[in-house]
Design a protein around this ligand. Structure first.
Ligand code: CTP
Length: 470
């Protein structure tokens, strides 16, 4: 029997109240699993053989009468926050699900009933909070052994566990990725068999799991499993379509799915930003649509533009936010080819200025993405590209110190152009504004209001825009 002594005021009070009320109480789920593998966990779940809501309310009063308890009557659960940790309380349940519906029929049950209905053996472990058995680990399915062997396994027949809540197929893959565990063969075969049932799960819940996979140390583990199990094709066909190599005349191209996974793993070594990681996933998403065989080689002409135009559709479908995060990903996808020409051709100051101006505050993110995009196996080539990007970063820094272009705006804006030339809003305003901006970035004219004003007059004359000259 394994014993885990839990220390802290909350556990003391839980025991006190459990004795007072003569109730069986356990800590269960992720907290127990994480405690055993020494992993940080954010929240703690308690199972009460009795009413979880009642217990939560009484416990909160004992701890601090000011605590606000949130009660979810429909689910029979209650939770509160205490000193930065969330505590959740649920009555032990015997649950059976109706097919094709997520609404379970809930009955009161024993601790064993409650453990039966959980997703994986490693998540079904419970620790007793009662005085006589305090700290005893209740492990009916060999969860401790599975933690040791690093195995994700369902406690019951996997077809039942996954059918009860098909999101668990994603959760199996998510835990395998986060914890670097293997999925038990029997459970994995069941995922393959039941993959179609993921369709009854809401996009939000699927994306939650996907984002957790993306934020893992090595996200490719999860994406390979999603691909191989057949789930990826259902939940994210655009990414699935990156896979494969077509040959023509014995000329092939790289497998863009495997390439994308490499870029994603690379970027994950350098950033924990979810949206920068998403930009790695999506950077080549336009390739399948633009693939052509021309002059005996494969081209993906304008794939970055076609890809950028796919972003809002993908975000909408996957219930990702349609806000500035989406715009950021879109911008990076669209711009991911820009820095490449700067390290393969001789660099001019004006080309760098233009990149800095267009990327604006997202320049560092863009450079992180393009550096991660170097996936060549040839060491010499890899070294050359990386050094060139290092040089580019130095050059950018030098130019920025001199010119402050990152958050720079041209000295004359559209409104002013309309006022100065006395013309109505029209396309020409944008053209003039860009020409002034380019002239400054190319150092054709000085970066000052006077120079921009003079240049504007010159352009206006050239284009016959000065109607009422006195
Ligand atoms: N659970 C389950 N089936 C689900 C979701 C959750 O059986 N579809 C059970 C598991 O016992 C799980 C517990 O509820 O351990 C808590 O779920 P959750 O907080 O989502 O996951 P954790 O295991 O705590 O892991 P994490 O905090 O990393 O998400």
């Amino acid at each position: 029997m394994m014993i885990i002594e839990l220390k802290g005021k909350i556990f003391e009070k839980v025991t006190e109240l459990a004795e007072q009320e003569s109730l069986e109480v356990y800590v269960i789920g992720g907290f127990v699993r994480d405690k055993i593998i020494n992993r940080k966990s954010k929240d703690i779940d308690f199972v009460i053989v009795g009413s979880g809501i009642d217990f939560a309310q009484k416990l909160a009063k004992l701890l601090n009468p000011k605590i606000k308890v949130s009660v979810f009557k429909n689910f029979g659960t209650a939770m509160f926050k205490y000193k930065d940790t969330e505590y959740e309380f649920v009555g032990a349940r015997k649950e059976s699900y109706q097919r094709d519906s997520r609404k379970p029929i809930v009955e009161n049950g024993t601790i064993q009933d409650d453990q039966n209905r959980r997703d994986f053996t490693i998540n079904a472990l419970a620790i007793s909070m009662n005085k006589a058995s305090f700290g005893n680990v209740v492990d009916p399915f060999g969860g401790l052994k599975d933690i040791e062997a690093k195995i994700i396994r369902t406690p019951l027949d996997p077809d039942i566990t996954f059918s009860d809540d098909p999101l668990r197929m994603m959760r199996a893959i998510r835990f395998a990725t986060q914890l670097n565990f293997d999925i038990d063969e029997n459970s994995y075969e069941s995922i393959k068999r039941n993959k179609e049932r993921i369709k009854i799960i809401s996009g939000e819940r699927i994306t939650d799991e996907l984002n957790k996979i993306i934020l893992s140390k090595q996200p490719s583990i999860g994406f390979n499993l999603l691909f191989d199990s057949g789930l990826l094709e259902i939940i994210f066909p655009e990414m699935y379509n990156l896979s494969g190599i077509e040959k023509n005349n014995n000329v092939g191209h790289k497998d863009n799915f495997l390439h994308t996974l490499k870029v994603l793993d690379n970027i994950s070594e350098n950033t924990d930003d979810l949206w920068l990681r998403w930009s790695a996933i999506l950077h080549d998403i336009g390739k399948p649509k633009t693939k052509k065989f021309v002059d005996n080689s494969w081209t993906f002409h304008n794939h970055q533009i076609v890809g950028a135009n796919m972003i809002s559709g993908i975000f909408r479908k996957m219930k990702l936010p349609l806000n500035e995060k989406m715009k950021f990903v879109r911008k990076l996808v669209e711009m991911h080819h820009r820095p490449i020409s700067l390290v393969t051709e001789p660099i001019t100051d004006s080309a760098i200025r233009r990149l800095v101006f267009d990327a604006g505050e997202d320049l560092d993110a863009l450079l992180t993405l393009v550096e991660s995009d170097i996936t060549t196996q040839k060491e010499e080539k890899q070294h050359r590209f990386l050094t060139n990007y290092q040089k580019l970063r130095v050059k950018i820094k030098e130019l920025e110190e001199k010119d402050f272009i990152r958050n720079w705006q041209p000295p004359i804006d559209g409104n002013e152009i309309m006022k100065l030339l006395n013309i109505a809003p029209s396309k020409i305003i944008g053209v003039l504004k860009d020409e002034i901006k380019d002239a400054i970035l190319d150092e054709k004219i000085e970066n000052s209001y006077e120079a921009a004003y003079e240049y504007l007059l010159f352009l206006a004359k050239k284009n016959n825009l000065l109607k009422d000259e006195k």
